[in-house]
Structures are given as C-alpha cells and as structure tokens.
Ligand binder design. Structure first.
Ligand code: GLU
Length: 421
C-alpha cells in the first residue's frame, strides 16, 4: 500500500470509528435513530479549488475544504489545517470532534473544521499569504462571526489568522475581528490563547492524578511530540513539579529516568518542534511510549497506541493531547488494565475554549487580563473533567464513551428543540 493510500485508509477509519462511538453514546442517552442519522455526518461540506500565483511565476491550484458538522447549538467553530495529507474524510471527522469538544466545554457552538492540501514548510511567506487570503475568498459565503468561526490548527498560526481576518474584513467592508480566533494580540487576539491547549491538558493531567491518587510533585511524565501543545505542556508539567523523563519529535525521542533539561530543549527547538536531531542517543517514538513513567501524554499524531503496544504501556494515566492517538481497541485494553485514559476531545478542549473567550471579547470590544482568562479556563476544564469522570463512573463506561455522551448531548437536544428531529 502506498503512503497516500495508507493515509486515506487512516482518515476513513478515523471517520468510521467516530461514527461508531457517536452511535453508542446516543444509544446510551436514549436518543432515536433519526438523531443519529442527523449527527453521523456534517450538515455541510464545501470543497474549493484555489489558484495561487507562486513566486516563480507559475500558477498552482490548491484544494481546500470547510466542513460544518451541526449548527443547532450556534455557529460552527474550529481550526484550519495546512497539511500535505489532509483529506475530505479527515476534515469531516475532525468537524464532528469539534462539536463534541464544544459540547464538553459547554460552548455555544457547533463543530467546524477546514483544511488545505499544501506543505507550508516548502512555501514562502508571500505564497502562504496569498493562499490564506484565497481560501477565505473561496469559503466566504458560508463563514462569518455568526455562521462559522475558523481558528489555527496543524501548521497554521496567528499570522495566518491575521491575513484571513484582514481578507474577510475587506470583503465585508467592515472590521470583523470576530470572524476568526487565534489572532495576534494587537488584532483582537486573547491573552493566553497560544498556550491554551497545553494549559487545558495540564489541568486534565492534574485532575486525573487527583482521581488516581498520584502526587504531581515528582510524578514521571512522558510527552510524545514537541509542537505547540507538547512543548508548552512539558514546560507546564515541569513548573507543576513533575519530572519530565521523555519527549520526542517526528525524528526520534529522548528518555532519561532522572529527568530531561526541558528549558534547554525548549530553547533549541525549531518552529516545527524539531529538537532530537541535536542528540546522539535517541530512541524511536514507539520505544518512548513503552518506557517507565506514571503519566503518558501523546501530543503528536494519531494511531500511536494500538492493540500491538497497549499491553506494554507502563503509565497508569494516559492523557491524549493529540487527535486520536489511541485506537478504540487500545482504549479497551488500557481501560481493562485499569489505566485512566483522558480522551482527546476532553484533554484538548482548552484551545477552543479560549477561542470562545476571544470571540466574546471581540463581540463586546472589551478585553480581559491573562489571569482572568486562565481562571475562566481552569473552571471550564475542571468542570468538564468532573462531569465526564462522573458520567463514566455512573454509567460504568470508559472515559471516551463518557466524553462522547457529554459532548453530543447538546447538539442532539438543540436539534430536537428546533424541531429538526
Ligand atoms: N484547532 C483547535 C482544535 O482543534 C482549536 C479550534 C478553535 O480554536 O476553534 O481544538
């Protein structure tokens, strides 16, 4: 099977397994099959072709997507990823996940997600700007501050959000900071947005440790991935008194039972999160997952913990900071082994939560301090964790199914009240 076919299959699996758990969750909650029929697919999926003048004078036509899962609760919300392997199936599945995340954090949104098939690592600044603006022009009819609000995701950042906001504002002929979140502070971004996902994961790690009776002080933590989420997380874990014994990037992993020098690693990482290339004694990502630790945080890519290695995981807590790092089979194995697994749609909800705060600040034109944002985020994450933990205990289901139950309830209920189902 070629790499491309493999990617396609993985995206399809991601989509199908999402549908499986949604069905299970709706059944547990007692909803009829028509509710599942509505929520198993996005209500809207736009595919666009974007012609861009490249620096060498040639024209390249890029393919982009925007998927809106459900807008019964409120406007759609979710990031835009720039990646060579992004596909329609993946964007669809991720838009459903955004509905779940918004439901879990109790935000007044439905889920959305966008993507462009491109490799930003091989594009110039000018090409990226033209592509970002071209994407907004292509999807402008279905997005807007009260329709669908994009945000950063894999390989997109605040600069890209700034170009997109500027393009949208020019099209509409009025300044529209609420069109997009994750903007630079001077353009209406929120304090604390950049570190929000990692903060949210940190709060989940702390809550999970409490539930398991593990003291964070001195707890051994492995973080797989050193991108935006992974690197800040390693920093916050260290600040909380934990011992970060392992980290990794796309090229390999570092493990030291006595703890790694996180400050040094943070200083030396490049903007794509690469740092292990500076070292000789590296191990593989796969080996890292099986090393001794108390808490394991997969913060890189999907399908890392599978039926093949779930028995070898030593951690008693796994917190999923990445999207879909654990397969459904592996979830079952870990749960049976007594490992507390905090699912991705809960652990990574901090990003969209602070995006919501950013949108609220834009709408009211009044801005909050970093402490205010941190306090509000803390409350949302702790409440969400407790709600899902209690649902899991009360219904005797694993944390993933509990998270789906909590996450899908609002979309189901709102669709029912609107008379759609
Ligand atoms: N892309 C992030 C996520 O998947 C953030 C989305 C947002 O801020 O709207 O949760």
């Amino acid at each position: 099977m070629s790499e491309e076919q493999k990617e396609e299959k993985e995206s399809l699996n991601l989509f199908l397994s999402t549908q499986t758990v949604i069905k299970e969750a709706l059944d547990k909650l007692g909803y009829s099959n028509s509710v599942y029929e509505l929520l198993k697919e996005p209500i809207r999926m736009l595919k666009v072709r974007i012609p861009i003048k490249m620096d060498d004078g040639s024209v390249k036509v890029f393919t982009g997507f925007r998927s809106q899962h459900n807008d019964a609760v409120g406007p759609a919300k979710g990031g835009v990823r720039f990646h060579p392997e992004v596909s329609e199936e993946e964007v669809k599945a991720l838009s459903i996940w955004m509905s779940l995340k918004c439901g879990i954090a109790d935000l007044p949104y439905g889920g959305g997600k966008g993507g462009i098939i491109c490799d930003p690592r091989e594009m110039s600044f000018g090409e990226l700007e033209r592509l970002s603006r071209g994407y907004v022009r292509a999807i402008s009819q279905i997005v807007g501050p009260a329709k669908d609000i994009p945000a950063p995701d894999v390989y997109t950042n605040s600069q890209i959000m700034a170009w997109m906001m500027d393009e949208y504002s020019r099209l509409r002929e009025f300044d529209s900071p609420g069109f997009i979140t994750g903007k630079p502070l001077v353009l209406g971004g929120s304090q604390g947005r950049e570190t929000a996902t990692a903060r949210g994961v940190t709060i989940c790690v702390e809550e999970a440790a409490k539930a398991k009776g593990i003291d964070i002080q001195g707890a051994r933590v492995i973080v797989q991935g050193f991108g935006n989420a992974g690197s800040y997380l390693a920093k916050f874990m260290k600040e909380a008194g934990a011992l970060v014994v392992g980290i990794s990037d796309a090229h390999g992993a570092l493990y030291d039972p006595n703890g790694l020098d996180i400050d040094y690693l943070l200083e030396r990482r490049d903007s794509f999160g690469t740092v292990t290339n500076l070292f000789k004694n590296i191990i593989t990502n796969k080996e890292l997952l099986e090393q001794e630790c108390d808490i394991l945080v997969p913060a890189a890519i999907s399908n890392q913990i599978t039926a093949d290695n779930a028995h070898q995981i030593k951690a008693s807590i796994v917190v999923e900071a990445a999207n879909g790092p654990t397969t459904l089979e592996a979830t079952k194995i870990l749960t049976e082994r007594g490992v507390l697994l905090v699912p991705d749609i809960l652990a990574s909800a901090g990003g969209v939560t602070v995006s919501y705060f950013e949108w609220v600040q834009n709408n009211q034109g009044y801005y909050w301090s970093e402490e205010e944002v941190a306090q509000k985020l803390q409350k949302v994450m702790v409440d969400s964790f407790k709600n899902i933990y209690q649902t899991s205990q009360g219904h005797q289901v694993d944390m993933r199914l509990a998270a789906y139950m909590v996450g899908i309830r609002k979309a189901a209920e709102a669709s029912r009240f609107r008379g759609w189902v």
